[in-house]
Write a protein that binds this ligand. Structure first.
Ligand code: NAD
Length: 345
C-alpha cells in the first residue's frame, strides 16, 4: 500500500508516517513547514521517517524495540519506502502527489484555537478549507481506497451532552472549529458527488512525544523543567478528553483500512482518549511526575475555548474496532521523557 500523509513533518503526521512504515507501507509525506512553530522541530520529526536518525526517546519515537530497524534505515525495514515532498497544498500543483496513492491521510492544517480570531483567520481559512478542497479535487478522479481527514473535537463547542455523539449538533466556539467543520463538509460533498471514499476523525486533544510547543502539556512540562510559568487560562476547571498520540495514530490507520461496505464514504468518528480530566488535575499530575510544583501564570479565560470536551467512542469501537489503550499517567510520562531528552540535547 502507498499512503500519502499530508502534514508529515508535524506532531501527529510524523508519528503516523513512522507507524505506517513499520507496518510495511510505502509513505509519501508532504508538508510546507508552515511557520506556526519552529522548522527545526519539524525537520527533526522528519529525520526519523527518512531514516536519518534511529528512533529513540530523544526524537520521541513510539516504536517498540521489535519494530525498529537495526540501523534506522528505511530500506532495512523490508520493502517500505519513504519519500518527502515539500509542497504547499494551498498553492502548489498537486497532481504529482497523487501518483500511485492508495490511501490519503490528510493531517496538514493550521491547528490551535486562540490565533484563529481577527487577522489570524486567513491562515485557518486557507490551510484548513482551501487546502482540503484542492486535495479533494486532485483525488476526485483517482481511484483510491480511502481519504482520511483529521478533524477536531473543537467543532462541538460546548456540546449538548457528554459523552458527545458524532450526530450531536456541532456548535463551534472558535473560527478554527468552523474551518474544521467546513473541511468535513467538503469531504462529504466530494463523497456524495464524486464517490471520494472519505472518512472523518474528530481528534480530541492529542498529547505525547513531539507535541506542538503551543499546546498545554508541552508548556506545562516545559514549566516543570524550569521554563517559563505555565499560562493557565481561567481557573483550571476546564475538562478535556486527552488522547495519547499512539492511540490517535492507531485510530487513523484503522480509518484508512476500513472496508467501504462497513464504513461508507463520509462517515464521522470521534477519536477520544478515555482520559477525561480537569486541567487542574492534569497540572497536579505533571507536578507529581516531575516531582516539583509547576509555576502558574494566571490568565483570563481565552475566547474560543470550550468548557468541556468528551466524546463517545462507541461508534469507533464498533466499526473501526478501535479503542484507546494509554492512560494519562503513562502517556504524560512518555511526553516528559521526550521533553527532558530534548532539553538536554
Ligand atoms: N494536536 C491536536 O490535539 C489536534 C486535535 C484536533 C485536530 N488536530 C488536527 O490534526 C492535524 C495535525 O495536528 P498537529 O497537532 O500534528 O499539528 P502540526 O502543526 O504539528 O502539524 C500540521 C502540519 O501541517 C503542515 N501544513 C500546514 N499547512 C500546510 C499546507 N498548506 N501545505 C502543506 N503542509 C501544511 C504544517 O507545516 C505542519 O507540519 C491538524 O489538521 C489539526 O488541526 C490536532
Amino acid at each position: 500500500m502507498r499512503a500519502l500523509v499530508t502534514g508529515a513533518a508535524g506532531f501527529i503526521g510524523s508519528h503516523l508516517g513512522e507507524r505506517l512504515l513499520a507496518h510495511g507501507c510505502d509513505v509519501r509525506g508532504v508538508d510546507n513547514f508552515s511557520p506556526y512553530y519552529d522548522r527545526v522541530q519539524k525537520e527533526a520529526n522528519l529525520a526519523v521517517l527518512a531514516g536519518d536518525q534511529p528512533p529513540s526517546s530523544v526524537n520521541g519515537s513510539l516504536l517498540t524495540t521489535a519494530e525498529r530497524t537495526p540501523s534506522g534505515s528505511r530500506a532495512a525495514s523490508g520493502s517500505a519506502s519513504f519519500e518527502f515532498v515539500e509542497r504547499d497544498l494551498r498553492t502548489d500543483p498537486l497532481d504529482e502527489l497523487t501518483e500511485g496513492v492508495d490511501v490519503v491521510f490528510h493531517l496538514a492544517g493550521q491547528p490551535g484555537v486562540r490565533l484563529s480570531w481577527a487577522d489570524g483567520f486567513d491562515q485557518y481559512d486557507s490551510n484548513n478549507i482551501l487546502a482540503t478542497q484542492r486535495l479533494l479535487e486532485a483525488f476526485r478522479d483517482r481511484s483510491i481506497d480511502r481519504f482520511v481527514l483529521a478533524s477536531s473535537s473543537s467543532l462541538y463547542g460546548d456540546a449538548e451532552r457528554y459523552p458527545t455523539l458524532e450526530t450531536d449538533l456541532p456548535r463551534p466556539r472558535s473560527p478554527y472549529g468552523v474551518t474544521k467543520l467546513a473541511a468535513e463538509y467538503l469531504c462529504r460533498t466530494y463523497a456524495d458527488n464524486w464517490s471520494v471514499p472519505s472518512v472523518i476523525l474528530r481528534y480530541f486533544t492529542v498529547y505525547g512525544p513531539r507535541q506542538r510547543p503551543d499546546m498545554a502539556f508541552n508548556r506545562l512540562i516545559a514549566a516543570g523543567l524550569g521554563g517559563p510559568p505555565f499560562p493557565l487560562y481561567g481557573d483550571g476547571d476546564q475538562v478535556r478528553e486527552f488522547t495519547f498520540v499512539g492511540d490517535i495514530v492507531e485510530a487513523t490507520i484503522a480509518a484508512g483500512e476500513a472496508p467501504i461496505d462497513e464504513v461508507p464514504a463520509g462517515e464521522v468518528f470521534n477519536a477520544s482518549g478515555g482520559s477525561s480530566v480537569r486541567l487542574r488535575d492534569a497540572i497536579e499530575l505533571a507536578g507529581d511526575l516531575l516531582e516539583r510544583e509547576i509555576a502558574l501564570d494566571r490568565q483570563p479565560v481565552a475566547p474560543g475555548d470550550a468548557l468541556r470536551t468528551g466524546g463517545s467512542i462507541e461508534k469507533a469501537q464498533r466499526l473501526l474496532r478501535w479503542k484507546p489503550s494509554v492512560d494519562l499517567a503513562e502517556g504524560m510520562a512518555a511526553q516528559i521523557a521526550w521533553q527532558r531528552a530534548a532539553a538536554t540535547g
